[in-house]
Design a protein around this ligand. Structure first.
Ligand SMILES: Cc1ncc(COP(=O)(O)O)c(C=O)c1O
Length: 330
């Protein structure tokens, strides 16, 4: 299938490296090779999976002559931080609708949101969950009154526009696999709002990437993500008038732990282990849980029909710092 990519703004440092984790393979691999796709290296502060999606969303904002980007997420949202930095980089304004009430000095992603000059509006969780749509409308109208056009970007930039970023990443992986001598693999990624998995799953089918894509959900459950991935793909079909090939999204449920943003001691320990073993730093909200899912499922034989397992490192480093209390150093 030939794909006509829509316009994109060059924001991410691509292609990101794919490399073997030799010591992690030895420790957790049970004879398999564990690889890592370093999407944490799409940039420094403007980093992680969100940058790939925002390349297409930023182009949309330009096409529509928008001066403001409005988006939403948790207080430590990586997506909101990336949006704030993209806006600053392109001379736009970012307005972030955040879930929760900040305490003390801003830390991690929230600190960067402020540094990037974003307007930050925080709402108690109940109000956020019940009135998100009207908050978007209210702020969009607020900017319209000032003669400014605002683009509303959904949670995690996960929709039919944002998923182009991971359709393109799947194409990048075709070359990565050829270079690395990978013939068939399982790819494991964290699921937060579904767009990364939707793009990768669809992209794998479009570009004939020899891989099965698994999303480890860090919130909600399997049914929610199966539905969300289908919704994002359906939106992509409508928005770009194309027909998606048949795909089977796969979700690994069971690694959310105590809740979104809260990890078990096992996850914190694994993060410390991998950092010391391979010099790769994960975060406790997304990638730590997904990697925990990967090693646990690998041990239970889920990936036994291939010799290669690829972990998508989707970034999230700044979310580690507000949780520093879990990582005691001697
Ligand atoms: C670091 C990181 N990894 C993974 C994800 C999950 O990606 P998606 O929202 O596309 O499911 C997110 C955001 O939700 C994230 O910030």
């Amino acid at each position: 299938m030939t794909v006509n990519y829509p316009p994109r703004v060059d924001l991410a440092r691509l292609p990101t490296p794919l490399h073997l984790l030799p010591r992690a393979s030895e420790r957790y691999g049970r004879g398999k090779r564990i690889w890592i796709k370093r999407d944490d290296l799409t940039g420094s502060t403007l980093s992680g999976n969100k940058v790939r999606k925002l390349e297409f969303i930023a182009a949309l904002a330009r096409q529509r002559d928008c001066q403001v980007l409005i988006t939403c997420g948790g207080l430590q949202s990586n997506h909101c931080r990336a949006t704030a930095l993209v806006a600053a980089q392109l001379g736009l304004h970012a307005h972030l609708i955040l879930r929760g009430e900040p305490e003390g000095v801003p830390d991690g992603n929230l600190l960067l949101d402020h540094l990037a000059g974003a307007t930050v509006s925080c709402y108690p969780k109940r109000q956020y969950h019940h009135h998100l749509e009207s908050l978007f409308e209210q702020w969009q109208a607020h900017y319209a009154e000032q003669g400014l056009k605002a683009l509303c970007i959904p949670t995690g930039a996960s929709d039919g526009h944002g998923i182009w970023g991971y359709i393109a990443a799947a194409e990048e992986l075709v070359q990565d696999f050829a270079n690395a001598g990978i013939e068939q693999a399982h790819i494991v990624t964290a699921n937060g709002s579904g767009g990364t998995q939707a793009g990768l799953t669809l992209g794998a089918a479009i570009h004939q990437l020899p891989a099965t894509v698994w999303g480890v959900n860090v919130c909600d459950d399997e049914a929610w993500f199966l539905n969300k991935v289908a919704e994002d793909i359906a939106h992509w079909e409508r928005a770009y008038e194309c027909r998606a090939p048949a795909v089977t999204p796969r979700v690994i449920d069971g690694y959310v732990g105590p809740g979104y943003g809260v990890a078990t001691d096992e996850v914190h320990t694994l993060i410390g282990e991998l950092a010391a073993l391979e010099g790769v730093v994960l975060d406790p909200v997304y990638t730590g849980k997904a990697f925990h899912g990967l090693v646990s499922e690998l041990a239970m034989g889920r990936f036994d029909d291939a010799t290669d397992v690829v972990f998508m490192h989707t970034g999230g480093l700044f979310g580690l710092f507000p949780q520093r209390a879990h990582y005691h150093t001697p």
